[in-house]
Design a protein around this ligand. Structure first.
Ligand SMILES: Nc1nc2c(ncn2[C@@H]2O[C@H](COP(=O)(O)OP(=O)(O)OP(=O)(O)O)[C@@H](O)[C@H]2O)c(=O)[nH]1
Ligand SMILES: [Zn+2]
Length: 209
């Protein structure tokens, strides 16, 4: 039987936002020691002393990066037709098929309607959804769906450009491959001008980076 590439749906929509944080670092360090042995290494040699603890600490930090997926909003009653694009955000996640890093460059956009969202929150929310074993497409959708809840309307667009180490440092070994995913909702689906403005700004930012 073929294993589906996107095989699981660990978190639907905005559900599961308060994921349990913290792992058993002692147990994880012990497992890393076992892995080193299986890989033919001597976990007691000088260079590897402390490695299992460091790896366990890294997993702990990766899975619970701090910062909730909540957003601070400010009333701006006169603002109801401006396009706000926050780009240049870069987060690291782990591909769930190979457990190798993927770098995700994220651009988000929305149209305020009497309220603006604190800009840093777009980055924090992106970090929140990156801090797990992921696939880029699911990350993109989770971010868009969560932001829809934050602004209380559907007028959200998210574009992500991914560099997958499983595709560049191993396997097919294509170092320049980049994957682009776009999730447009509300007016970003129905208004071609808005959609075009979003894509133009996004692609210009990516070209410049
Ligand atoms: N759609 C999608 N695929 C991904 C993502 N990250 C990794 N993959 C792919 O997951 C697939 C796993 O394919 P498999 O055939 O099971 O694994 P594999 O033999 O290691 O495949 P190769 O990478 O081609 O060597 C690969 O094609 C990866 O490129 C992602 O974020 N989204
Ligand atoms: Zn992979």
């Amino acid at each position: 039987m073929t294993t589906p590439i996107i095989s699981s749906e660990p978190e639907l929509g905005t559900a599961g936002i308060s994921r349990p944080t913290g792992i058993d670092t002692v147990r994880v360090a012990d497992l890393i020691t076992q892995l080193l042995v299986e890989l033919g290494e001597d976990p007691g040699r000088t260079g590897l002393i402390g490695t299992p603890d460091r790896v366990a600490a890294w997993w702990n930090a990766f899975l619970s990066p701090g910062g909730a997926a909540t957003a601070t909003c400010f009333t701006e009653s006169h603002l109801n037709d401006q396009l706000v694009i926050v780009g240049g955000m870069s987060v690291w996640s782990l591909c769930e098929h190979h457990m190798l890093p993927m770098n995700l460059q994220v651009t988000t956009a929305y149209v305020p309607n009497g309220e603006v969202v604190g800009l840093s929150k777009f980055g924090r929310i992106a970090q929140h959804f990156a801090a797990r074993l992921q696939v880029q497409e699911r990350f993109t959708r989770q971010l868009a769906e969560h932001l829809t809840g934050v602004i209380g309307r559907e007028d959200i667009a998210v574009a992500v450009r991914g560099l997958h180490l499983c595709m560049s440092m191993r396997g097919v070994r294509m170092e320049d491959a980049r994957t682009t995913t776009v999730h447009a909702r509300g007016r970003f689906r129905t208004d071609p001008v808005l959609s075009q403005q979003f894509l133009t700004v996004t692609t210009r930012q990516w070209a410049a980076s």
